[in-house]
Write a protein that binds this ligand. Structure first.
Ligand code: SF4
Length: 408
């Protein structure tokens, strides 16, 4: 298939190749991770396999020849610990990428890292190439070290903090992604104060998910309704503390909710729907260290399932990205994602501000993409919207309608 051929199989709405564009390219330089968090969804974390430069070059050639690289896109080095691959590898990798015309303007590099390997050399590289940095930190040491451990069982908080200190010394701003486990829910004040005082760009919370090889979440050990009530109380408390302090901490879930309510036009597709990158074919491209690629949620990369088989839709050595749309398993995944989204649109009052959230959560929680609500969307989409809307109503002295469905 040529890049300009219509992608006739796509529906809801039908799209031509010209209407598809890349938002995020996830590249796995290596599946290896130097630590061993007990909730991690990634397979093969002990493999030290590294992407060949020829595979990287082929990946970028496929991206630029596809016509998908319209506006600037994020190149997220992830799906393993990216900094476990040495700086010297990235020096060569960036040099290869920058050979492609327009790459310097279009590619926005980003590392999501556990932070434990950051040293002066990394800081120099990060500054030189203007790489955006996300650290994975769960909160104060007694919370972080409960799940984020080395293979020998030691905590990793002190090392992550050393990395954070290095970034600060070098004047590099960074954000944080924090996994909220069942244990964390008893400590909203400690977690809020910790991140408020850390001097970060902002924090995004993820509840511990059932995903990939992480078949069980700590939330599964308690009654689901109780667990979700506790998540709501946690989020309400964090929001109230932040509000009481004048909102010094940017919290992704509340920022997204506020933007969704006050400026919904910012997240609209041309047809007026909420734009959800994870359900738009080829808007997220995920490439493993062998050059195998998938699209939709990056968490699906490298996972094998009974229902859908492999989520690999091609390999950059042999296939253009558009060829994925002709693969049978892609067609089945897309059809189910779209059917699941129709269920969302028919049943969920949050649909206009969500767009169906993450297919991987639907698959791993409900067993199929052809489904609607998940614990993840109730906690990370619906609850923040409820909390922000209630706050806006209180401040403006108005009510926008029925109270939220999920009041605990
Ligand atoms: S909040 Fe959940 S149920 Fe509602 S539209 Fe989003 S994914 Fe679907």
């Amino acid at each position: 298939m040529t890049p300009n051929a219509p992608v006739a199989s796509l529906s809801n709405p039908p799209k031509t190749a010209e209407q598809l564009f890349l938002g995020v390219l996830v590249i796995q330089p290596s599946p290896f991770c130097n630590i061993n968090c007990d909730y991690c969804y990634l397979p093969n974390r002990t493999s030290s396999r590294r992407m060949e430069f020829s595979v990287l070059e082929q990946t970028m050639a496929r991206v630029f020849e596809s016509g998908l690289a319209g506006p600037p896109f994020v190149l997220l080095w992830h799906a393993g610990e990216p900094l476990a691959v040495p700086v010297s590898w990235y020096e060569q990798a960036f040099e290869i990428i920058n050979r492609f015309p327009g790459a310097k303007e279009k590619v926005m590099h980003s590392f999501q890292t556990n932070g434990t390997l950051i040293d002066d050399r990394w800081c120099e590289f990060i500054k030189k190439h203007d790489v955006s940095i996300g650290l994975s930190i769960d909160g104060p040491e007694f919370i972080h070290d409960r799940h984020r451990k080395t293979r020998s069982g030691a905590g990793t908080h002190a090392k992550a903090m050393r990395g954070a200190a290095k970034l600060k010394e070098a004047g590099i701003d960074f954000g944080v992604v924090s996994v909220i486990s069942d244990f964390s829910l008893d400590y909203p004040d400690e977690i809020y104060e910790y991140f408020r005082d850390l001097g970060i760009e902002g924090v995004g919370f993820n509840i511990e998910e059932v995903e990939g090889i992480n078949a069980e979440s700590s939330f599964d050990q308690v009654d689901p309704a109780t667990a979700e009530s506790r998540v709501r109380r946690f989020l309400e408390r964090v929001f109230a503390r932040n509000k009481g302090d004048g909102f010094p901490l940017r919290i992704r879930e509340f920022e997204n909710a506020r933007e969704n309510i006050l400026a919904p036009e910012l997240n609209r597709a041309p047809d007026g729907r909420y734009y959800n990158l994870e359900v738009d074919p080829l808007a997220m491209l995920n490439v493993d260290c062998f050059g195998n690629f998938s699209t939709f949620s990056p968490e699906l990369l490298g996972q094998a399932t009974e229902t859908y088989g492999s989520f690999t839709f091609g390999n950059v050595a042999a296939n253009q990205f558009f060829e994925a749309t002709g693969v049978e398993s892609f067609q089945q995944v897309l059809a189910d994602i779209e059917s699941g989204n129709r269920k969302c649109a028919q049943s969920c009052p949050y649909w206009e501000h969500c767009g169906g959230a993450s297919p991987s959560n639907k698959y791993y929680e409900n067993g199929t993409f052809d489904s609607a609500e998940t614990r993840h969307c109730r906690c990370m989409i619906q609850m923040p919207l409820d909390i922000v809307l209630a706050d806006l109503e209180e401040r403006l002295g108005v009510s926008y309608g029925e109270p939220p469905r999920h009041a605990a």
